[in-house]
Design a protein around this ligand. Structure first.
Ligand code: FES
Length: 101
């Protein structure tokens, strides 16, 4: 695994999220009550960009058709037949958010 800088802590406020492309991979980073989480960035339905969706607590809603995922587990809410999103470890180093891929 390699660690990649994605943003400063102050760039993603509590309850917000952002999409990134890191090392050729699309990921999404979420601020859940001051704790940062990172998942695969592409919706399992039809490829929506999850980092551009709306975060409510720990649930992200895809901006395209509204599928929802728990960003702490990667599980698709209301449809456990959908493969979970990959979850990536996040480290905060000083004021920087780093994700391990
Ligand atoms: S692409 Fe995400 S809900 Fe359709």
């Amino acid at each position: 695994m390699t660690t990649f800088f994605v943003a400063k802590v102050s760039d993603i406020q509590d309850g917000k999220c952002q999409a990134f492309e890191v090392n050729g991979q699309k990921i999404a980073v979420f601020n859940v009550g001051g704790e940062f989480k990172a998942t695969e960035g592409i919706c399992r339905h039809k490829g929506g960009t999850l980092g551009e969706g709306a975060l409510d607590g720990k649930v992200i809603t895809c901006p395209l058709h509204g599928w929802q995922y728990d960003v702490t587990t990667g599980e698709c809410v209301a449809n456990d037949a959908v493969q979970k999103l990959a979850i990536y470890p996040v480290k905060i180093v000083d004021d920087q958010i780093e994700v391990e891929l």
